[in-house]
Design a protein around this ligand. Structure first.
Ligand code: WAQ
Ligand code: MG
Length: 256
């Protein structure tokens, strides 16, 4: 599902309006059984209609049959780091990312995406070394899709998150997405700030660090946010994008 809203700008010196940017309101994706398609459609439409970024004037729901058998990806272990301010949070994230081999150029490049008020629908692909943007459509970014969690793992995850008082859809969906992304060999790390004005916890994730939630990555009420995937310099970008967008992946606690 994706929901957006057309912005209108005042033409200076006149009472007329002209079309501005299309504002991304919300998006969501998942995998479900045939029997649950209508239910899932309703849930997604309701979500689009009640979002803190605003009321959309366009909602697109795409439903596709998946013929390929999903592969599994291990759910990343989760930890939360309490940070006192956006500066404190960024300093923590930057330190972790440099340990993972992300250059300072790439860090600067990622901050431009994460702090931009022109939020993208998808994620930016940034070379971990040169900081170069690798995705063909820089306005849209790359949208990770075809991802889910198996029923047993979902129950176990709900129990674990409940104990931490964070058993909500935002955390669950972000953890599943990060687990799919981290299972891609050519992705070094991910960093995410929500673009929701009332959600100030972000995260960084990678296979070796796990999913590290970071509080106060932005101030309450701020509309910026985004996602960045740092990729190996010599990787095949087209292949990575096809895998992120099209490969069905189910997150699991263990491969047994
Ligand atoms: N694929 C790629 N990028 C995406 C996707 C996706 N499926 N969904 C969202 N994005 C990008 C897009 O640029 C959004 O503007 C940005 O991420 C933020 O999306 O542990 O809510 O849905 O407490 O606002 C993270 C912290 C919450 C969770 C993430 O992201 C926690 C969140 P949002
Ligand atoms: Mg959002």
């Amino acid at each position: 599902m994706r929901a957006s809203k057309q912005a209108w700008n005042k033409i200076p010196g006149s009472s007329h309006l002209e079309k501005g940017n299309k504002i991304h309101i919300s998006g969501a994706e998942g995998i479900c059984e045939d029997a649950d398609i209508s239910k899932m459609g309703r849930i997604l439409i309701d979500r689009a209609l009640s979002h803190s970024r605003g009321t959309p004037d366009k909602i697109i729901v795409t439903i596709e049959k998946i013929s390929e058998r999903p592969v599994s990806a291990l759910l990343l272990p989760l930890r939360t780091f309490e940070c006192s301010s956006p500066e404190d949070a960024w300093s923590f994230i930057a330190t972790q990312l440099s340990r993972l081999g992300v250059s300072s150029r790439a860090l600067r490049s990622s901050l431009r995406v994460l702090k931009s008020n022109k939020t993208m629908r998808g994620a930016a692909l940034i070379s971990a070394l040169s900081g170069r943007r690798m995705e063909p459509d820089r306005m849209r970014g790359v949208r990770v899709s075809r991802l889910g969690i198996d029923t047993e793992s979902e129950k176990k995850l709900a129990r674990r998150l409940s104990r931490l008082h964070i058993n909500n859809l935002t955390v669950k969906e972000a953890l599943i997405l990060a687990s799919k992304v981290a299972s891609c060999n050519d992705i070094v790390a991910e960093v995410c700030f929500s673009d929701d004005p009332d959600y100030t916890t972000g995260y960084l994730a990678s296979r070796s660090s796990g999913y590290l939630r970071t509080t106060n990555v932005k101030h309450q009420g701020e509309m910026h946010g985004g996602r960045v995937f740092f990729v190996n310099e010599k990787s095949d970008t087209e292949k990575i994008i096809a895998w992120l967008e099209k490969k069905p992946v189910i997150a699991v606690f263990s491969n047994e």
